[in-house]
Design a binder for this molecule. Structure first.
Ligand code: GLC
Length: 567
């Protein structure tokens, strides 16, 4: 595989530590649990892990409220456990990137406790304080973005929960302290960072009001209830109008350049941004290495036409950079619905799950998978607000009752749709009690989905050739062995077909044809000057035989088939 960096050819797998594997039997995932499952991940065929926050934290936002950037949450283990995990990841030829939350800390971080202790404290200006409240800005996770502090009689700014005060990145001491933490983990050997909510780091210093009079509950309701593309666009535009001055300020690019310079002092580390904006690539080499193609994940349905347009738009923007940017595709994470639920149609879910994996593993770019996807874990609908653990869901429920005046049932539905608990339930390792996540008799931090008893678990699928897990392993192996799928150019064919997505991936050494039929009807590969005459089957689900030579023009592609041929 020539000329690619490790992070370009890698398949990443996101571990949500609270829910992945419980090593000490307390109902909460931890680092020893992860270490015990590294062989599983190596066998699955992934190359790199993205670990969601492992830092000490009050866990108000499941670790995205960091109380110490150089430690490990005691619930998850010790620094020695972390070092052992990192070593063992590396011993297996894999890489590990961790989460970096720059925008805010926990309100329990010593920096904030000092900052809030008096107006004269040297760390006062590490956070954003004002009188008033200074304007009508909102928190994306709540009500006002300004929280009154009794002790000092001022308000502090928080884009997320009030338990997550925003750092003042215009203060050079903040940058120095955070960059020390960045070095701490890089010195230890961590392979890079996923940058949390990176667009939120700066706010417009003029702090103009949005003056819409809207609440976040209302904005979120409009997003959830949007039925048509036009509704969705309108809801998104309204959201941007309200939050526009709180995100994506120009200075963030200077910060990214400085961070990149720091990271480039090390051998080959990577920065992945939680943003979809191409601007975060800088000139292609001087800001982030890659950012997520979230517009793909946000397509209402996966259709050939929608994916083709998405690729056209993303790849041409990346190609237009001074140095061509590298794409990164994902369909699910700890903030989004489970892909199996999200892209299923209720009848062909398994086939659609196979297609969506086929898609992220064959498109040009680095794929990110989310733990549990490989066994077809689905969203869990909690049926009582007392079971919710995601404070966003709990807030939404209360706000729907209070601000929108919704009855309990409708408020619960809004909370279920907007809460992230549904995709964060414990990993289902077996059909045993608690899905094998934690011992029977122990209450896991979130309920385990009952379908662990019906085959949606690792143990049952591991040695079953037809299982989704076996399919993941086979496709990951195929990708790894196919230079064209890893690094090849992308050339779409049959560009008007609404159902069949067809493209070529080609390097000098190999050309592959990929056809994905997103419909329940058979489709046909149309003759085209660019379509190779024949191909050898590498994988064709559900019915092709590997190695068969196929004449391609006029070939019938079965409903929901994924066909990968080599020329
Ligand atoms: C990111 C994380 C999300 C978190 C938020 C605030 O979007 O993915 O889980 O709540 O940032 O840190």
């Amino acid at each position: 595989m020539t000329g690619l960096q490790w992070w370009q050819s890698a398949v990443f797998y996101q571990i949500y530590p609270r829910s992945f594997a419980d090593g000490n039997g307390d109902g909460i995932g931890d680092l020893p649990g992860i270490i015990a499952r590294l062989d599983y991940l190596a066998d699955l065929g992934i190359d790199a892990i993205w670990l969601s926050p492992h830092y000490p934290s009050p866990q108000f936002d499941c670790g995205y409220d960091v109380a110490d950037y150089s430690g490990v949450d005691p619930e998850y283990g010790t620094l020695d456990d972390f070092k052992q995990m990192l070593d063992e990841v590396h011993q297996r030829g894999m890489r590990l990137i961790i989460d970096l939350v720059l925008n805010h800390t926990s309100d329990q971080h010593s920096w904030f406790l000092e900052s809030a202790s008096s107006r004269e404290n040297p760390k006062r200006d590490w956070y954003i304080w004002g009188d008033g409240p200074p304007n009508d800005w909102l928190s994306t996770f709540g009500d006002s973005a300004w929280e009154y502090d009794e002790g000092t009689g001022q308000y502090y700014y928080h884009y997320f929960f009030k338990e997550q005060p925003d750092l003042n990145w215009r203060n050079p001491e903040v940058k120095a302290a955070m960059f020390d933490a960045v070095r701490f983990w890089l010195d230890m050997g961590v392979d890079g960072y996923r940058l949390d909510a990176i667009g939120t780091v700066y706010e417009d210093p003029a702090m103009p009001a949005h003056n819409t009079g809207l609440t976040v509950a209302e904005l979120r309701r409009r997003k959830e209830e949007a039925k048509t593309d036009a509704d969705r666009r309108a809801a998104r535009e309204l959201w941007d109008q309200v939050f526009g001055c709180q995100v994506n300020q120009p200075e963030v690019h200077d910060l990214m350049k400085e961070l990149r310079t720091l990271v480039d002092e090390y051998d080959d580390r990577v920065l992945v941004g939680e943003t979809s904006l191409i601007g975060f690539y800088g000139d292609g080499t001087d800001e982030l290495h890659t950012v997520f193609n979230f517009p793909l994940m946000r397509l209402e349905r996966l259709t050939a036409a929608g994916i083709r347009d998405n690729q056209q738009e993303r790849l041409s923007a990346l190609n237009a950079l001074a140095r061509v940017g590298w794409p990164c595709n994902t369909l699910g994470n700890h903030d989004a619905p489970r892909t199996f639920s999200r892209f299923g149609d209720g009848e062909n879910d398994d086939a659609l799950a196979r297609l969506s994996l086929g898609l992220v593993l064959t498109l040009r770019g680095t794929p990110f998978l989310y733990n549990g996807e490989e066994i077809g874990m689905i969203d869990l609908s909690l049926d009582d607000i007392s079971q919710f653990r995601d404070e966003l869901g709990i807030w939404l429920y209360n706000a729907a009752r209070r601000d929108l005046g919704l009855p309990a049932e409708a408020a619960l539905q809004l909370a279920i749709d907007g809460s992230r608990d549904r995709c964060r339930t414990p990993m289902q390792w077996s059909a045993d009690a608690n899905g094998g996540f934690c011992p029977s008799g122990v209450r896991p931090w979130l309920p385990v989905h009952p379908n662990h008893a019906d085959g949606v678990n690792v143990a049952d699928q591991l040695n079953h050739a037809g299982s989704l897990l076996s399919y993941y392993r086979a496709l990951l192996k195929l990708r790894r062995e196919s230079p064209a799928l890893v690094g090849g150019d992308y050339t779409p064919l049959q560009s008007d077909d609404p159902d069949l997505l067809v493209f070529l991936r080609a390097t000098p050494e190999q050309t592959c044809l990929v056809a994905l039929n997103f419909s329940g009807s058979a489709a046909v590969l149309e003759p085209d000057a660019a379509l190779p005459a024949a191909g050898r089957v590498l994988m064709g689900t559900p019915h092709r035989r590997e190695g068969d030579e196929l004449a391609l023009a006029g070939l019938t592609i079965a409903p929901f088939e994924l066909l990968i041929c080599e020329m």
